[in-house]
Design a protein around this ligand. Structure first.
Ligand SMILES: *Cc1c(COP(=O)(O)O)cnc(C)c1O
Length: 387
């Protein structure tokens, strides 16, 4: 087998856990039924499996199973939440508040709504990536219908203060949506305690399959309405039509179940690995830690390095490790990361950045190999520049 680079890009995606795959396989073959087929055992088996996953996901965020709407991932869940609220609450108001560091699957639906005449406030963040709650409160207007603030950032791992945001939204009768694609299975989430009304989830960042996600839609205190964005057979209580993808749904439930069972010990292990990496990399001259030192995902480290060319840096790292620069997230774009520029970085420094996403299958030995390669690459690039 050829030697492949060490995978440290767990914010982009993660491998499917073997136990997750094993749980999924029977639902492609023996138990292939359509969960909507109510007249025979094939349908009942599939429906029972879907029900079980729905219960696992609901319990994971302290919701009820009827509040879980399966989607093709967090991108679709974000679109359904944002456009669905915009359409359903149009007569109440047309103002939406979001944040500069959100994923493009939140920012782009907002830009689209803007083109239709909605008013969008995009809040800046503080230098460590967290929103300023006083500024946030000032953005509220009588016609504000929706706030969308992510739980955990996909580039810098920063955790936003969801409970405080939820409290302020509830007091002002504004619907609160959070993109929790990076957070599910990694940090505790509780839609009651955090007063979240809509929450987007996905499976593939937490060792589940790609192509499956969910939107939590609050049913009571208050009941939240969303307009369907895909019409058809009326699945998912009319909010998202289309035959349920049973194997993926089973995998999603299993992945979240495993992650919750190991969350605390795994976070401790990942924090130690991150610290091990940062202790070595912080020796470099001109290195910056992007994001908050502690209020971040355990497996996330994001650095910028002065005096090196971003492209040359990634090229030097490539043979040894699979990492992303800040810009790698928006598939084909070569623009500097909008997240890092929102932190106040120059374009040049934003380019010269590396995101490490440490995950379940990484070891301390791998971290040391990676650290050595980063150090030698950066030092040689810096010395070239000095000549
Ligand atoms: C990965 C990601 C998404 C997109 O999720 P998909 O399931 O791939 O559509 C959205 N938001 C954040 C924060 C993400 O990390």
């Amino acid at each position: 087998m050829s030697i492949r680079p060490i995978y440290l890009d767990c914010h982009a995606t993660t491998p499917v856990d073997e136990q997750v795959l094993a749980a999924m396989i029977p639902y492609f073959t023996e138990h292939f039924g359509n969960p909507s087929s109510i007249g025979h055992v094939y349908g009942w088996e599939a429906e029972a499996a879907v029900k079980q996953s729905r219960e696992i996901l609901a319990a994971a965020i302290n919701a009820t199973p009827e509040e879980i709407v399966f989607t093709s991932g967090a991108t679709e869940a974000n679109n359904l939440a944002i456009k669905g609220v915009a359409e359903a609450y149009f007569s109440k108001g047309q103002h939406i508040i979001t944040v500069a560091t959100e994923h493009s699957a939140v920012l782009d639906p907002c830009t689209y709504l803007k083109s239709l005449g909605f008013d969008i406030t995009i809040l800046p963040v503080q230098p460590e990536g967290i929103i300023d709650l006083t500024e946030f409160k000032k953005a509220f207007r009588p016609e504000t219908i929706l706030v969308s603030v992510m739980a955990a950032n996909n580039e810098i791992g920063v955790l936003q203060p969801l409970a405080e945001i939820g409290e302020m939204c509830r007091e002002n009768n504004i619907i609160f949506h959070t993109d929790a694609a990076q957070a599910i299975g990694k940090i505790p989430l509780d839609v009651q305690a955090m007063k979240v009304d809509l929450m987007s989830l996905t499976a593939h960042k937490v060792y589940g399959p790609k192509g499956i996600g969910a939107l939590y839609v609050r049913r009571r205190n208050p009941r939240v309405q969303i307009a369907a964005q895909q019409h058809g057979g009326g699945h998912e209580r009319g909010m998202r039509s289309g035959t349920l993808y049973t194997p993926q749904i089973v995998g999603f439930g299993k992945a979240v179940e495993i992650a919750l069972g190991t969350q605390e010990t795994e976070n401790q292990r990942l924090t130690e690995l991150r610290q091990r990496l940062w202790e070595q990399l912080s020796q470099l001259s001109g290195v910056h830690l992007n994001g908050h030192p502690t209020q971040r995902l355990a497996g996330n480290l994001n650095i910028s390095v002065e005096g090196v060319d971003g492209a040359a840096l990634l090229l030097g790292l490539q043979p040894v490790m699979a990492v992303s620069s800040g810009s790698a997230c928006s598939s084909t774009s070569t623009a500097p990361s909008h997240v890092l520029t929102a932190l106040g970085h120059s374009e040049k420094l934003a380019y010269a950045s590396v995101r490490f996403g440490i995950g379940r299958f990484n070891t301390a030995e791998e971290i040391d190999t990676v650290a050595q390669q980063v150090i030698s690459t950066v030092q040689s690039l810096q010395s070239i520049l000095k000549i």
